[in-house]
Design a protein around this ligand. Structure first.
Ligand code: FES
Ligand SMILES: [Fe+2]
Length: 324
């Protein structure tokens, strides 16, 4: 007898969170002394900026009686103070440094602290399920702040999809034609750098209203950059720093800069294009499942490459085995 399997649901096929750098805030949205509650990787976190200007991300619940430090917690110098009984925790190692009514500090009075770095206008944390040290550095974007390029434009969106599925979207030239109504399927090639980690998609978008060469660079599931070249001096860069909220929801932070030569022509239109593009994807994301073992056809090479590539970011053997 063959038992017919129940159909997949949102909950039983989704992988854990991949390791890597993930944004938890834009730099400009975190002032000195500011404290915020952040939800990421299905965890409650507290994000704050110390008096010296350093961002910190720690587990949100106080080891004493469990108050949430992101709600009414306060920055005191290089520490955060719990709103419930005033215990203070260091930003750099999470150790309790002060209890206002007791001389002796228990050893276990410590907050888990996530490795945090600020770059390219965002605050990133290194996520690894075992909270290990970062295994690679965040890339630099030298065009940010370059006088030949515009100041950044931003757009943020909460989307109902696992972070891996969002990343996979940029490696899926066939859906450009169907979901984004771009006429034909662009000729595309996917390559991976010798280090095995950085993936490139080159697509020839010559049938678009504004013909271009597209080059998408995915450094990890938490950082993807797209460079569109329309001609000499006519270039645009957009990058997405997604924050996985939980396994089914991701907060996307898009940043866009263009060469000053085409600012009037392209800036606002391209930004609107990103926003429209997301609304094209939205109904698919809102209703799809994450497919652990997709059935691919011979022409699905970019997707097959993507699935092999993405395995390296997973830690548990279950996920490694079943991701592709
Ligand atoms: S719960 Fe944080 S100090 Fe008591
Ligand atoms: Fe898309």
């Amino acid at each position: 007898m063959t038992i017919v399997e129940a159909c997949e649901s949102h909950t039983n096929t989704t992988p854990e969170f991949p390791m890597g750098w993930f944004s938890v805030s834009r730099s400009q949205e975190l002032a000195i002394g500011e404290v915020k509650a952040v939800k990421a990787f299905d965890r409650e976190l507290v994000l704050y900026r110390t008096r010296s200007g350093k961002p910190a991300v720690q587990d949100a619940y106080c080891p004493h009686l469990g108050a949430h430090l992101g709600h009414e917690g306060r920055v005191i110098g290089e520490t955060i103070r719990c709103p419930f009984h005033g215990w203070q925790f260091n930003a750099d190692d999470g150790k309790c440094s002060h209890i206002p009514y007791c001389e002796e500090i228990p050893d276990r009075a410590r907050l888990r602290t996530w490795h945090t770095e600020e770059k390219n206008g965002e605050v990133y944390i290194w996520f690894h399920p075992e909270n290990t040290a970062p295994q690679w550095e965040l890339p630099d974007l030298p065009e940010l702040g370059d006088p030949n390029w515009t100041t950044p434009r931003y757009t943020d969106h909460l989307v109902p999809a696992h972070v891996q599925d969002i990343c996979e979207n940029s490696c899926d030239p066939v859906h450009f034609a169907f979901v984004h109504k771009q006429g034909t399927i662009p000729e595309s090639e996917v390559t991976i750098d010798p280090d095995g980690r950085t993936m490139h998609l080159h697509s020839n978008m010559e049938t678009n209203d504004f013909p271009s060469q597209l080059h998408a660079i995915t450094y990890s599931p938490g950082f993807a950059m797209v460079r569109n070249t329309y001609g000499p001096g006519a270039e645009m860069i957009m990058y997405n720093s997604p924050q996985p909220i939980d396994k089914h929801n991701t907060y996307m932070r898009w940043t866009l800069i263009v060469r000053k030569e085409i600012e009037d022509l392209a800036g606002d239109d391209v930004m609107q294009g990103i926003i429209d593009g997301l609304s094209d994807d939205y109904p698919i994301w809102a209703n799809k499942v994450h497919k652990r073992r997709p059935v691919f056809c011979r022409e699905d090479k970019p997707l097959v490459t993507f699935r092999k590539w993405v395995r390296q970011f997973y830690v548990t053997s279950q996920d490694k085995k079943e991701i592709a």
